[in-house]
Design a protein around this ligand. Sequence first.
Ligand code: ZN
Length: 429
Amino acid sequence: MNGNMIIKNAAELVTCSGFNAKKGKEMAELHIIHDGAVVVKEGRIAAVGKTKEILTEIEKSRHDLTSFDAIDAANKAVLPGFVDSHTHFVFGGYRAEEFSWRLRGDTYMEIMQRGGGIINTVESTRRATEAELMKSGIKRLDSMLSIGVTTVEGKSGYGLDKDTEIKQLAVMVHLNNVHYVDVVRTFLGAHAVPQNYKGKEDAFIDYLIEEVMPDVAERNLAEFCDVFCEKNVFSVDQSRRLLSRAKKLGLKLKLHADEIVQIGGAELAAELGAVSADHLLQASDEGIRRMSESGVVATLLPGTAFSLKEPYARGRFIIDNNCAVALATDFNPGSCFSESIPLIFALATLYMDITIEEAVTALTLNGAAALDRADTIGSIDVGKMGDIIVLEYPSYKFIPYHLGVSTVEKVIKAGNLIYDKEKGGIIHC
Ligand SMILES: [Zn+2]
């Protein structure tokens, strides 16, 4: 595995070209090259163009191709790897019982107040050993990889105490080292109020600021800090206090904002210059306008709305108001136990009035932008990481059309073929 790869004859080379988040109308521009080819050298994209031109160039330069793997993508579409920019994939235990409660009509908040919800997973995650979290983490990353995800964000937030928060983040450091999929880490200590701090939310924020966050930052355990800014969880003032300190410590900011009740999370994201604000089911018009002005990526999570039977975020409205929209799975054991990218494509295009082209941008370049990585991943551009997927079909339009089923045939990570459906799945070296 040397990271040298040529993919040629692609029916559609969907480059998603760009080095910044795409806003509003730009989201529909995919910069497709028909009969396209891409060359990856030592992990980085070295050339992109028409197959004929690329092959002529190689011939002219008398480049030695013996060390390059080649993929003939005739009659197939080629895209950048998917970036799932919002997940909670490291956790202990499951909540199948609660899912059945929700089906009989109990609301998410009712279950949470009963000691279920996040707190239930907190108990199991505190009990889980690092080895157990690693084992389930690898299994989940394998599944994501097989449906074309090459970078994923993962959050802590199932510890709500120093040891467990750090355990979750340390497991993600380790997973990033051992697995092909790149794992971006977010500290979400303020995910819920732990039992021993009920009614003392301010004191819990103090605890996170004074006892936990300095260690997280100093040991480089997380790149982002996130907060569940929501009625009956953490107020706008508490969120502002936590995130302002995080920013001072060098962490970038994300928010779970305006998911259940409109309390001004979108506005706070704009005020603090957050990289993204996520969920936004109830975000105000003014909040969306300010996010657009401040360049905050709006990360929409339709799998969660679907699973909770809530109305979807206003995807069309948010794009039409010139925001950059990313889509992500929100994979977690409670409100959306699914890492399915095909499901997200289906929901976004069928129920949120997001076009297929916009959805592709939202899961590639704008997903990368939501992780502050639009300059290095998320598109097929020279200089970027060679993270590429090959579909079984000739067009990206098959992604939502083949409803709920992965159309990904091959996954190339940093120029190496690491998943091939035709060869039985993940290729272990
Ligand atoms: Zn979340």
